[in-house]
Design a protein. Structure first.
Length: 301
């Protein structure tokens, strides 16, 4: 899924050699917000028990196969991007693109991974760790948290492409820097509101939590994809995406759990979020910004 997502972002950015690549590339992310999160939350809320206990495992497997088939049918019906077709016509396709991108653009791979620290880590804290924290520690209603995350996902359906659109106007890097800085201080506001254990305050905190994330996720697809020269674009952006999952997204709930167990306060997790934001701010500062520029030509020609 990660490789498909990164390729989708690359296709979105490469479909428009200049503007409005940011909003086009961000549309895939808004689709995830409206499909993955609500589906997962809806199943948990309506079921309340494991699918195995309800005998739904076979039905879900069948549905998964159908969805894969539909996705394959849609993908086969999509033409290759103008940039890729140009590479084909010019016989510029790399035989070993992964090895080549490591040799030609290692800095961009590392920066792409570090860039996502402030996007991925807070996302899993705001949408996954919050269940253990609010329900297990604060003894709040699970349905309340589920509803809040569902509403937050719906808000993301709008805020992700909106952030991509704004990045087309003010620049990918500038929009990303604003988002990373916002999530850095929002982590403290988030746990201040959640720790009140007041239902309306917790609900608002969760609903608002994905907006700073979306301010980064919106321009992120174009910012990362455009950093790589066309013949290495998919491989380079995919490597950056997957490395970020290892260092940011995957361990985030585990780190948050360990921090709370050690310090017994949500503000320790806020400091971790601020640290991730600082890493992303530094990385974004060194990322190239091709907003409004022609990204169809090879950068090293």
């Amino acid at each position: 899924m990660g490789w498909l997502g990164a390729a989708g972002d690359g296709m979105g950015a490469s479909s428009w050699p200049a503007r409005p690549g940011g909003v086009v590339a961000a549309i895939r992310g808004s689709g995830r917000a409206l499909s993955l999160e609500p589906c997962d939350i809806g199943v948990q809320r309506l079921v309340g028990r494991s699918v195995r206990d309800l005998g739904l495992a076979d039905s879900i497997r069948t549905l998964s196969i159908i969805l894969v088939g539909v996705g394959l049918w849609i993908r086969l019906g999509i033409l290759e991007t103008p940039v890729f077709r140009q590479l084909l016509s010019n016989d510029r396709i790399e035989k070993a693109p992964i090895l080549e991108v490591f040799k030609k653009q290692p800095k961009e791979i590392i920066l792409s991974a570090l860039l996502r620290m402030a996007e991925q880590a807070p996302f899993y804290i705001f949408t996954a760790f919050i269940f253990a924290y609010a329900v297990g520690t604060l003894h709040m209603s699970r349905n309340l948290i589920l509803s809040a995350v569902l509403v937050a996902a719906c808000v993301s359906f709008v805020s992700i492409p909106l952030s991509g659109h704004i990045s087309d106007r003010i620049g990918r890097k500038k929009m990303y820097l604003i988002g990373a800085a916002t999530v850095g201080w929002f982590g403290f506001l988030f746990f201040a509101m959640v720790d009140t254990a007041v239902p309306w305050a917790v609900f608002i905190a969760i609903v608002l939590s994905l907006i700073p994330h979306d301010m980064q996720y919106g321009p992120q697809a174009a910012l990362i994809a455009e950093a790589f020269t066309p013949r290495l674009r998919y491989s380079g952006s995919s490597l950056g995406y997957q490395l970020a999952s290892i260092i940011a997204g995957g361990p985030a709930p585990l780190i948050a759990t360990a921090l709370f167990a050690r310090f017994q306060t949500g503000y320790a997790i806020s400091v971790y979020i601020a640290f991730c934001a600082a890493v992303s701010l530094a990385s974004a500062a060194f990322m190239p910004d091709y907003t409004g520029k022609d990204i169809s030509m090879e950068y090293d020609d």
